[in-house]
Ligand binder design. Structure first.
Ligand SMILES: [Zn+2]
Length: 229
């Protein structure tokens, strides 16, 4: 029994840390975000809203630099300041931003966001627990194995969610008359962005399926939709 005490402690620690980080993420989002007020983007999100019979789609800017979109468990949609800046300086088009918002709406509509929050906060907790356990039994490379296992698990958890959210976004963007092309062009841009900073990609990008596979999945959808029936 005594032998397993460190493992038990690590698990308890991870659970506590997970709880704390869910709470902290929610608080952090509240404190560090403001509603996006951009007339160009609003015209586009209004088209998405009209396609969903909604009055409007509020989008919030989260004040951090890494390029990211996020759907919170309460259904709010965030884009990061870093991402919005890319739109402002012309690196990313309004239609491409709309494709990210549509993708995040997909996570909300399909009920992924709660699970994604677990991804978001749970990964760090799991990593810590694994480092504590593996680091104890396998010196030096234990930490490396723990990191790899966590990334693999995260990738497996979120893969199918990403494809589903992409498909939802593709349907919504098509209905809104924006089309699937901005989704694909943004993936190509994000790919280039990650390559430039190889080894520094944020965890969420690592946990996403490879962009060519996502583009391929979108093209399959387009072929299906445009096939004569
Ligand atoms: Zn996603």
């Amino acid at each position: 029994m005594l032998k397993f005490t460190p493992i038990l402690l690590a698990i308890l620690y991870a659970l506590a840390m997970y709880r704390f980080s869910v709470w902290r993420t929610g608080k952090e989002l509240d404190q560090k975000s403001t509603e996006l007020a951009d007339p160009h983007l609003k015209r586009l999100t209004d088209r998405l809203a009209a396609s969903l019979d909604l009055h409007r789609i509020p989008v919030y800017v989260y004040e951090i630099d890494p390029v990211n979109g996020l759907a919170a468990p309460d259904g709010r949609i965030f884009i990061t300041r870093g991402f919005y800046r890319k739109f402002q300086n012309g690196e990313v088009t309004g239609e491409e931003m709309a494709s990210v918002i549509a993708h995040e709406l997909g996570h909300v509509a399909l009920g992924h966001s709660r699970r994604r929050m677990i991804d978001f906060s749970g990964q760090n907790a799991l990593r810590t627990a694994l480092v504590m356990v593996l680091g104890r039994f396998i010196p030096f490379i234990g930490i490396w194995i723990a990191n790899m296992l966590t990334s693999l698990l995260a990738a497996g958890l979120s893969r199918s969610d990403e494809y589903e959210a992409d498909a939802y976004a593709a349907a919504l963007l098509t209905k809104a008359g924006i089309g699937v092309e901005p989704q694909k062009s943004l993936f190509r841009k994000l790919d280039a962005l990650t390559e430039k900073r190889a080894g520094m990609a944020p965890a969420w990008l690592l946990s996403h399926p490879h962009t060519d596979q996502r583009i391929e999945a979108l093209e399959q959808l387009e072929r299906k939709w445009h096939a004569p029936s």
